[in-house]
Design a protein around this ligand. Structure first.
Ligand SMILES: *[C@@H]1O[C@H](CO)[C@@H](O)[C@H](O)[C@H]1NC(C)=O
Ligand SMILES: *[C@@H]1O[C@H](CO)[C@@H](O)[C@H](O)[C@H]1NC(C)=O
Length: 990
């Protein structure tokens, strides 16, 4: 392996990993051709001013690079060295004035280098060093005045050197520069300033083609053998080149010599022994040979009796006589008398004595009529195969106009003004294969017109004035494969118009006035038709139709329905293309299609190319699923359709898609997911879209940076409509991340706040929660049920909840008064009756639920105790939630309101129920007050715990109370009613 190959491999490897790391598959100034697999790039009309800026992001796999119409003035050294695979490099039309010596170094594979149309005045002698594989070098249209001696010395493969349109003066220096090029075949020095062909060196051995037209040659060369090897020599438009320049010049190998518009006298040149130019290879165009007969007589002096091609164009010939060419050597191939002033071909009588002409060209003359040539005419040209009367003024063609050329295979009557084509004009042309009648003024064609043309394969009637195709017009044309009726005024086909066309493959009906597609008419082509062109007719649908007009065309490959006039096809009926199972290309552009139904493209399972460009009526909403059958679609052109969104529902099915033209639509955002779905997409063009630089496009921007499958064409030139001056590829997406940060900030903040609040709430609501927790636990727990069952039994009359600081009072006052002293209340005291070893909370719950009442002995200490709080809460729970009035408050000392205020629950109880106040020693009559206190307490303990029962029993109590324990009015001063408290006033109010 050569070292350079290693280097390339390394470069490719580096590039590949570079691609994978960070590259965007899009190029700053170039566009990769679709489907070119990283090889073909065009960089045209870019703003960049340096070569480096243009090519630096191209991959090393690039083989064809075109940089054109850019503002380059200088090509620096080694700017292409990272493109070692370059085969074809075009740098034309760039105003380059200067190219550095090593500009093309390392381009060992380069085959073609185009530097035309720049402003080069000088080429460094070493410029083309190392271009060992270069075969074509284009330097045309520059300002070169000189070439260096070894200018092209390394170009051992060079075959074509184009130096047209420069300012070269010295042919000798040119020859010095090329003399050693072993492969050079063609040298173009037209439009320079050469005055002679004198040179000190020889032309390269294999130089065949030398173009020297439009110079200032006044002589050729003194070296009579100098042009001996040249085969094709163009010396035209060297106005002062005299005949004498050819004196004794050896041009024995010449096959084509062009001398038009020189000062050469052809008669003199052809004088015997004057020159060794073989006259049968001279192009006699533009030599003022008004009467070719003189030429022919001159030629007859030469020993050779055959001439292959005779070209007599631009000689002002206005008349040809029967004998004109009779003296000429036999013309065996082409006779070209185009660009003269002939008015009448006269049944080709001028070809008398020239029976072997195969091709006759009489183009660009003044022919105006083609007359009848009698069948019995003695003069026929059975060898004439091709006849061209293009570009004349033929108005009419009479019957049997071609009977003297019965073996014609090609007849070109196009670009005339034929208005009248006799019904039998083409009679007898049984071998005709191609007939061109396009660009005339034909209005009618008849069944007989083509009757004899059994062999015809191509019939071109384009651009005439035909309005109706009658029945059987083409009935003989059973071999016709191409029928071109485009550009006529056809409104109607009679029902048998296409009768007989058994092999038709291509039918062009574009630019006619058809209003609908006749499925019956087309049905006969079901086995053959491959191309149907209905471009620019007047097909218009405004309502549904039952059957697809194409239902039988199972072989159709290419269908054009674009640009219906005047306002487009309007509607594509349901399943319009059903049956076109072979269709590969469908053109629907330039139609105002208002609606696409979901099944519009159903059945087009082999479609590879679809264009809907410019089919827009404002904003287009493509129906989801519209492309669902197009599983083989490779290229989709939906430019300028007013498409607003690039959605998965519409485009997601196109898994074979490689090329997508979405430019000039209303798309503002691109969905990365859709692009990921299109697994074969390589080329995406969204130029001229109002892309927005907002967060919705953040992902696509990211994606463009990392994907190396899809080329987003001209990504670096895409701008945003909503942020002037911003580029799509690098607009600031930080603001989007900022938003995310905002969310993060907000959530962090709330978490912090919650975390701060929890301890606070914990402190404030600790008991509430704890209590709630126990209630909740008990509610669902086994315990609860058991307790509730036990509650029914009510082991105790009262559970006494007190603080141990108040134990003395309980033991000395409460106990004796309620359990002793003839009273038989059973009290539950925690220090005495709690089940040992049991969870204290469970004990409390059990105590509360095993007792009919809970008596809370409230003091300052009590309020401070956790457990007491829980006890009172549990009891009040029964009050509020179970409607069981179990709570009885006994105040041992008077507690100021403000202290109570922290015990919300107790306050609620106090507001709902009243409470008993233990008459302390400081009251007026403690003994009496205490007696009354015990009475009230006992009574309260006796009362029912159910609030409902309580209400029922209340009246009874009142009556009872009146009989026995009713407080007298005096007692009443100890009892103050709470707002809604029952009249039965055994509750106290401080
Ligand atoms: C593209 O080129 C690479 C290497 O140059 C080749 O391996 C690959 O098969 C090519 N892909 C196509 C689709 O031609
Ligand atoms: C690209 O270069 C190859 C030769 O390497 C040539 O055959 C082909 O035609 C070129 N294609 C274009 C589009 O220039």
């Amino acid at each position: 392996m050569a070292p350079s190959t290693y280097r390339e491999l390394i470069l490719v490897a580096i590039f590949t990993s570079f691609l994978q790391l960070c590259s965007t598959y899009s190029f700053r100034n170039c566009i990769e051709s679709a489907n070119s697999n990283h090889t073909i790039f065009t960089c045209i009309k870019r703003q960049a001013t340096t070569v480096h800026a243009i090519v630096d992001d191209l991959p090393p796999s690039a083989t064809n690079v075109t940089i054109s119409r850019c503002k380059l003035s200088h090509i620096p050294a080694r700017n292409f060295s990272q493109l070692p695979q370059l085969r074809i490099l075009a740098l034309n039309n760039n105003s380059v004035t200067h190219i550095d010596k090593y500009a093309f170094v390392n381009l060992g594979h380069l085959q073609s280098l185009n530097l035309s149309s720049n402003s080069l005045t000088y080429l460094d002698p070493a410029l083309f060093r190392g271009l060992l594989n270069l075969t074509k070098l284009f330097l045309a249209d520059n300002k070169l005045t000189n070439l260096s001696l070894n200018q092209f010395s390394d170009l051992t493969s060079l075959e074509i050197l184009d130096l047209r349109r420069n300012k070269l003066i010295s042919f000798s220096t040119v020859v010095n520069a090329i003399t050693n090029l072993p492969a050079l075949k063609k040298l173009d020095l037209s439009f320079n300033k050469l005055t002679s062909l004198n040179a000190s060196a020889n032309l390269p051995q294999f130089l065949d083609i030398l173009y020297l037209s439009n110079n200032n040659l006044i002589t050729l060369t003194n070296n009579k053998q100098f042009l001996r090897t040249v085969k094709v020599l163009d010396l035209s438009y060297n106005f002062h080149l005299p005949t004498s320049a050819f004196h004794n010049l050896n041009m024995e190998n010449i096959t084509y010599l062009r001398l038009r518009s020189t000062n050469v006298s052809i008669t003199k040149l052809l004088e015997h022994n004057y020159t060794r130019v073989p006259p049968w290879h001279i192009d006699f165009s533009g030599l003022g040979l008004k009467d070719p007969q003189i030429l022919c007589k001159r030629l007859s002096h030469f020993p050779k009796r055959h001439i292959k091609n005779m070209t007599l164009t631009s000689n002002n010939i206005s008349n040809l006589y029967n004998s004109t060419f009779a003296y000429c050597p036999l013309i065996t191939n082409v006779l070209d008398i185009s660009l003269n002033n002939l008015k009448n071909p006269g049944c080709l009588k001028f070809l008398t004595g020239q029976p072997h002409v195969k091709t006759l060209k009489v183009e660009h003359n003044h022919l105006n009529k083609l007359f009848r040539c009698n069948k019995g005419h003695s003069l026929t040209f059975p060898n004439l195969r091709e006849l061209s009367f293009r570009y004349n003024r033929i108005l009419s063609v009479s019957g049997n106009a071609f009977s003297h050329v019965p073996k014609l295979t090609t007849l070109q009557l196009n670009i005339n003004i034929i208005a009248y084509l006799d019904t039998y004009a083409l009679g007898g042309l049984k071998d005709l294969i191609m007939l061109r009648l396009d660009n005339n003024l034909l209005t009618d064609i008849y069944a007989e017109s083509f009757e004899d043309l059994y062999s015809l394969k191509t019939l071109n009637l384009r651009n005439n004035q035909i309005a109706v195709i009658f029945n059987n017009t083409f009935h003989s044309l059973r071999n016709l494969t191409i029928l071109d009726l485009g550009g006529n005024k056809i409104t109607q086909f009679q029902s048998k118009a296409f009768h007989g066309l058994d092999r038709l493959a291509n039918l062009y009906l574009d630019r006619n006035h058809l209003k609908e597609i006749d499925s019956q008419l087309l049905a006969r082509f079901h086995n053959t038709l491959k191309v149907l062109d209905l471009h620019a007719n007047q097909i218009y649908y405004f309502q549904e139709r039952r059957q697809s007009p194409f239902v039988n065309l199972t072989k159709l490959v290419d269908l054009k329905l674009d640009a219906q006039r005047p306002d487009g096809i309007n509607l594509l009926p349901h399943k319009f293309f059903q049956g076109l199972s072979s269709l590969k290309s469908l053109y629907l552009s330039n139609n105002h299609i208002t609606y696409y139904s979901e099944d519009t493209f159903d059945g087009l399972t082999n479609l590879k190319f679809l264009t809907l460009d410019n089919s827009c009526v404002g904003v287009t909403k493509l129906t989801p699923g519209i492309f669902k059958d197009l599983r083989k679609l490779e290229t989709l052109q939906v430019e300028n359709m007013g498409i607003e969104s690039f959605s998965k529902e519409v485009f997601g099915n196109l898994t074979a898609l490689r090329v997508l033209h979405l430019n000039r639509n209303a798309i503002q955002t691109l969905d990365v997911d859709v692009l990921k779905n299109l697994t074969n997409l390589q080329y995406l063009d969204v130029r001229s879209s109002p892309l927005s630089c907002n967060c919705l496009n953040r992902d696509i921007q990211n994606w463009t940076k990392n994907n190396h499958r899809v080329q987003l064409v001209d990504l670096y030139s895409l701008t945003c409509w909503d942020q002037k001056g911003s580029n799509f590829y690098n607009f600031d997406t930080n603001v989007c991340y900022y938003k995310e940060e905002l969310y993060l900030f907000a959530s962090t903040c709330s978490i912090t706040i919650i975390l701060t609040l929890i301890p606070l709430l914990y402190v404030k609501l600790y008991w509430k929660c704890k209590y709630g927790y126990y209630i909740f636990r008990s509610w669902f727990g086994e315990q609860w049920r058991r307790l509730r069952e036990q509650e029914e039994k009510c082991i105790y009359d009262a559970f006494v909840s007190y603080n141990s600081a108040d134990e003395n009072w309980v033991m000395e006052q409460l106990l004796p008064n309620l359990e002793g002293n003839g009273s038989s209340y059973r009290l539950c005291l925690h220090h005495r009756d709690f089940e040992p070893g049991r969870n204290i909370v469970d004990n409390i719950v059990a105590a509360v639920y095993n007792s009919r009442k809970t008596v809370c002995i409230i003091s300052q200490n009590y309020l401070r105790s956790e457990w007491c709080s829980l006890e009172i809460q549990l009891a009040s729970y029964r009050l509020f939630h179970e409607m069981q009035d179990v709570l009885l408050l006994v105040f041992l000392e008077s507690i100021p309101e403000r202290k109570l205020s922290t015990y919300h629950r107790m306050r609620k109880v106090m507001l709902k129920k009243t409470y008993l106040q233990w008459p302390g020693p400081d009251c007026t009559d403690p003994a009496k007050a205490q007696g009354l206190f015990w009475k009230q307490l006992k009574k309260a303990l006796r009362s029912s715990s159910s609030t409902r029962q309580e209400e029922e029993s209340m009246e009874a109590d009142v009556q009872l109370g009146e009989e026995k324990d009713a407080p007298n009015t005096k007692d009443r001063e100890y009892f103050v009613n709470q707002p809604h408290v029952d009249e039965e006033a055994y509750y106290l109010m401080p």
